[in-house]
Ligand binder design. Sequence first.
Ligand SMILES: [Zn+2]
Length: 173
Amino acid sequence: MSVDKAFREMVRNEIESQLKPLRDLVSRLEAGTADLDRLRTVAEQLAPLAGAVGPLFGVSGGGRGGAATPARRGPGRPARAASVPAAATGGKKRGRKPSSEGGARECAINGCGKPSRTKGYCAAHYQKLRMLEKTNRRPNNWVDYAEPNSVEDIKLPRGRAAAKALAEAKNAG
Ligand SMILES: [Zn+2]
């Protein structure tokens, strides 16, 4: 299990436990025994949680209204509304394709050997790809959905050479 997944699991469990008072309240609302003051208290309790967890999922914690306001998310990882754990909605986990189809495909980078996660690349190499793309240095053979072990890794310059390479790439584009 990846660290990322374990971490998400932990966050989700935390949300679950924090949401328990809300669930209790909902059942009392259904029974007609709760009051609105109590509802507001729970909303106030949940607000900081949403603010703390939101950024992890690419959701900015809502300043207005206090409660969780799922904001527009930027590019990058798929997010789900922080206030709605998967178990509560019965929704499917998003973000990762099931890797059961004929075993995990390996990373497109030659000799990497890690399972591919995004567009044929493992997590680390997809990050590298994104970085290269952003800095206008993406090699032509680093294509999306390249065959496993078909793409030669590149060694990035360091220090002064790195700064020079970045500047050149910027001017070229
Ligand atoms: Zn890789």
